[in-house]
Design a protein. Structure first.
Length: 279
């Protein structure tokens, strides 16, 4: 997994112990980000029944993988397992929880109430990241329970910042819409690239060229949006000449039943499904 180098060393002063439950794609991305930001391997305990090559290799640097014996109280616990594994996996963390332990969950759908019932009395932050975390370009939305102190909120933000930007919410009910927009959002962008390539093929382009043009256009446009001080609407207008080819295409995409209407329906459907999964 490749990620941009980070000069930020915000975790260099972290003096406690961090426990990571789950070292799949997202957990491993966070682990890499923490190490890049100065967290020492010997401060990290990883609980993962099927560790990948990267995690196994880090044991030579001092990471404690699936330790046996008495547990050490953690300063922070990060839960990165699949939500369906949570009922069995999360209660096992009680042996690492102390009075001042921060519990940070990135599980989709699992509510603060679920986490409080699994780990009573804990200071909890629930967060929803997305898959660009794998290259340090994700975005997470987080919300804490009433037991979170200012220092724990700051630590949670630093741990999440290792995989991208961080926003904080005040109302947990917003997390279903967050999941639908940014959590599931990368799939919509990948579908856009896929659909553009297929449309290019239908217009007569060779498949390999159409695919390459679609991927580079989506990736480059995203980077331009990321770097620009202008919003998406302004950038769209800047590339649209009156009466030109882009305007002809946008008449279709922005007309009745077009792109925005489809996305609105899609995100509403994903929001409903997130609520159903959360119970």
């Amino acid at each position: 997994m490749k990620r941009p180098r980070k000069s930020d060393q915000t975790l260099r002063k972290f003096s406690g112990r961090l426990v990571l439950l789950g070292a799949g794609k997202m957990g491993s991305a966070m682990l890499e980000g923490w190490l890049a930001r100065g967290l020492k391997p010997k401060q990290i305990t990883v609980l993962e029944p099927e560790p990948g090559k990267m995690v196994k290799a880090l044991t030579r640097q001092g990471i404690n993988l699936n330790p046996k014996g008495k547990a050490v109280t953690a300063t922070a616990i990060v839960i990165a397992v699949k939500p369906q594994s949570a009922p069995d996996a999360v209660p096992t963390l009680a042996r690492y929880v102390g009075k001042s332990t921060l519990v940070l969950s990135i599980m989709a759908g699992r509510t603060i109430d679920f986490l409080e019932r699994s780990l009573p009395g804990s200071a909890i932050v629930r967060a929803m990241p997305n898959t660009p975390a794998a290259i340090g370009r994700g975005i997470s939305v987080a919300i804490g329970n009433d037991r979170i102190s200012a220092s724990q909120r700051k630590l949670a933000g630093e741990l999440l910042a290792a995989i991208g930007k961080v926003e904080w919410a005040r109302d947990e009910s917003l997390m279903d819409a967050v999941t639908a927009l940014s959590g599931s959002g990368p799939a919509y962008v990948f579908l856009l690239a896929e659909a553009m390539a297929n449309a290019g093929i239908a217009a007569g382009l060779p498949p390999a060229l159409a695919t390459r043009l679609a991927q580079e256009t989506v990736a480059g446009s995203g980077e331009l949006l990321y770097r620009s001080a202008s919003g998406a609407a302004t950038l769209r207008q800047n590339v649209t000449s009156p009466g030109g080819t882009t305007a002809a295409a946008l008449e279709v995409l922005m007309g009745p039943g077009g792109f925005e209407e489809l996305l609105t329906r899609a995100i509403a459907a994903a929001t409903r499904r997130s609520r159903e999964l959360a119970g």
